[in-house]
Design a protein around this ligand. Structure first.
Ligand code: IPE
Ligand code: IPE
Ligand code: MG
Ligand code: MG
Ligand code: MG
Length: 314
């Protein structure tokens, strides 16, 4: 941890906070999936698709930093301290469902063709391609089913569905992935690369923050500042992911190091050089802190997460 992040979270260690959050979301995910499975397993169809549920579990419960759920919790905390925790858990699960699906599809042979994810075989390697595609599809639809079944005002449920859909679809993650695939081997300029990163990774991060804030009843002004924070960390997250692909190693990353260069992917280190890419990530962290200037100590977790995003080693 740098001086910066340790200053921000002086009272509670960031590592403890990350661990607490990740335990919370792992329990919530296991509960949520368990409830769904126990209802579904009673139906005659369930026994006819043994691989599908196993692949969903494998990809969802096999580790991961759980940054998007953490952002749901931390954004709500920045707005107020007593947001309904069951509501937040379910919204956090929906964000992680979309993320898990995006990783399964990202690793497919038709996309990044990766064999290793979170230190284990990728979903299509562990199962098969068709099962991986379907597991991703089912996780995606499950996320929206979950948001549509929340025990909250229908207006909030609708706003959450709209927010997650915007971050996930053509205007968000899927659109960014399409740009990514079209850009392989191309000499794209900086604004093109920025658009790609803001969509493929930034959009779901922004949605997670906005969903947490909506659950906490954020005002338009608060949403505006939190969106600005999300813009900054959404981009810094992928800039640092690109940097790690260069400077880290496969064992630490849990995914193949050097995969971007091997596949001729346009990245920030490739375009700007390693040092300039690292400097950009730091500048974006400062922009993120600036966007939170009107928030009090309730936003300290968001501040610390921004620092963590550009310091993490995997
Ligand atoms: C990896 O996301 C994919 C990107 C969007 C860069 P994470 O780095 O959050 O992956 P996990 O969930 O921790 O494995
Ligand atoms: C993936 O970006 C973004 C997603 C939408 C999943 P990357 O392709 O760089 O992610 P990793 O490096 O495989 O995790
Ligand atoms: Mg990719
Ligand atoms: Mg990839
Ligand atoms: Mg990457």
């Amino acid at each position: 941890m740098t001086n910066e992040s340790s200053k921000i979270m002086s009272s509670v260690s960031l590592n403890d906070y990350l661990q607490q959050c990740s335990q919370r979301i792992d329990i919530a995910l296991a509960l949520e999936l368990g409830t769904f499975d126990s209802e579904f397993s009673a139906t005659p169809a369930a026994a006819l698709m043994p691989q599908l549920g196993a692949a969903m579990h494998y990809s969802l419960l096999g580790g991961g930093k759980r940054i998007r759920p953490m952002l749901v919790y931390a954004a709500a905390e920045a707005v107020r301290t007593n947001t309904d925790s069951i509501l937040l858990d379910r919204v956090a699960c929906a964000a992680e469902y979309i993320h898990a699906y995006s990783l399964i599809h990202d690793d497919l042979p038709a996309m990044d063709d990766d064999d290793l994810r979170r230190g284990r075989p990728t979903c299509h390697r562990q199962f098969d391609e068709a099962t991986a595609i379907l597991a991703g599809d089912a996780l995606q639809t499950r996320a929206f089913e979950l948001l549509a079944s929340l025990d909250c005002r229908p207006e909030l449920s609708l706003a959450l569905i709209r927010t997650l859909a915007a971050g996930s679809g053509q205007r968000g993650m899927v659109g960014g992935q399409a740009i990514d695939l079209a850009a392989v081997g191309q000499a794209i300029d900086r604004s093109h690369l920025e658009t790609m990163h803001r969509l493929k990774t930034g959009a779901l991060i922004r949605s997670s923050i906005r969903m947490g804030a909506l659950c906490a009843g954020a005002s338009e002004t608060q949403l505006h500042h939190l969106d600005a924070y999300g813009e900054a960390i959404g981009l810094s997250f992928q800039v640092h992911d690109d940097v790690l692909d260069v400077i880290s190693d496969t064992a630490t990353l849990g995914k193949q190091q050097g995969a971007d260069e091997a596949r001729n992917k346009p990245t920030y280190p490739a375009l700007l050089g390693l040092e300039a890419a690292q400097q950009l990530a730091l500048d974006l962290h400062h922009q993120a802190l600036h966007a939170l200037q009107h928030f009090g100590s309730g936003a300290d977790q968001l501040r610390a997460l921004s620092a963590y995003i550009i310091e993490r080693r995997h």
